[in-house]
Design a protein around this ligand. Sequence first.
Ligand SMILES: Cc1cc2nc3c(=O)[nH]c(=O)nc-3n(C[C@H](O)[C@H](O)[C@H](O)COP(=O)(O)OP(=O)(O)OC[C@H]3O[C@@H](n4cnc5c(N)ncnc54)[C@H](O)[C@@H]3O)c2cc1C
Length: 380
Amino acid sequence: MKCYDAIVVGAGLIGSAIAVELARNDLRVALFDSQEPGGEASWASAGILSPAPENPGMISMVAIGKASLAMYPEFVAQVEELSGVATGFRAKGTIEALFSRHAREELNTIVALHRGLGLNAEAISAKEAREVEPVLSEEVEAAVLRPEEASVDNRLLAKALIEAGRRSRVEIHAGAAVEAIWRERLQCRGVVVRGEKIATKHTVVAAGSFSSQIAGVEEYAPVRPAKGQMVSLRCEAARIERVLWSERIYAVPRNDGRILCGATLEHVGFDKSVTAGGVHANLDAAIELAPILAKARVEEAWAGLRPDTPDHLPILGPTDIEGLLIATGHFRSGVLLTPITAKLIGDLVAGKTPSVDWEKFSPMRFQAAKATAKVSGTPR
Ligand SMILES: Cc1cc2nc3c(=O)[nH]c(=O)nc-3n(C[C@H](O)[C@H](O)[C@H](O)COP(=O)(O)OP(=O)(O)OC[C@H]3O[C@@H](n4cnc5c(N)ncnc54)[C@H](O)[C@@H]3O)c2cc1C
């Protein structure tokens, strides 16, 4: 029987970064993916690195988001050195453009909220915003500059992490779906692949939106897919330096000249089709934000599945099954949270006290919610 120190299930950004981290800690690691590594959400993403909360529910993620963003420069430098693959990391800041007639009041609220959360945000006028990003619409009324935010080319980062894993002696098994965890009583002894048991001390499930399909994992990782459609444009007349946002869209410049615009948010199961409505919504909002993009060539349109959870927060850490850890449910922030997730899981596997407060993201929170519902008789 094959035997490893650690098995990681899922070779997206999260799983491959964890595998690299564990290998750097001198463990013998196997990484399994049901398809080619890095081909799901980690391929489809926009790669924005922003810890700013999109809504009040996301406020509890700001601290780990900030910590992860701070890790990024060193993280990409290490991955690039290990792999020899450039990741397209751009630490150029982001600008959120406000269109409404009440932009001034909105601006003050947003900036106060951000500063209250320890995020660096500056209120700038529409004129100042257009001076640094001339593509912005004349209709923009005011803007927020977040100078510390960044972006990375997630497809390149996924490729780099897989190569870094290979060069760190991670055994990568592509096209090998993990069907179930191999559980004996309260212990996880490994995984089952094509009916064969593979032994390990530590099993880390990082299979994104598909995690809940692995037998034995559902109750710890109740993820569901949240589809996002994206479109990639090329426009020689439009020079964009920073990530630009409006309420309806973001536009993310890549080093190779592409401008990625997205994304829709749809709960339609595992359907990844690109629809006319999705493309229309993205293009309409992108042209509203930067009218020059009406002249852009459409290069590619695609869709991906964000791993969403009941409370939209990630699921990180050990379970009550010895040797089973979960690292999924990163929803809209998995690229941002890749370095901190790898570090956290690395620390937990090594028996070290993690430097981040992760317990609110514990996989055990769903069991606690179920138990409370049972006691109070709340229908589920
Ligand atoms: C359109 C879109 C835009 C986004 N924009 C951003 C953004 O700007 N910033 C940001 O931070 N995040 C963004 N996200 C979210 C981010 O992409 C995800 O949170 C992140 O990629 C999740 O990574 P993952 O490794 O957990 O999942 P995935 O990348 O989905 O990887 C999971 C892997 O597990 C494999 N797998 C599945 N089942 C099994 C099995 N049974 N056995 C073995 N392997 C299995 C899959 O093949 C896959 O390779 C976006 C997502 C989408 C879709």
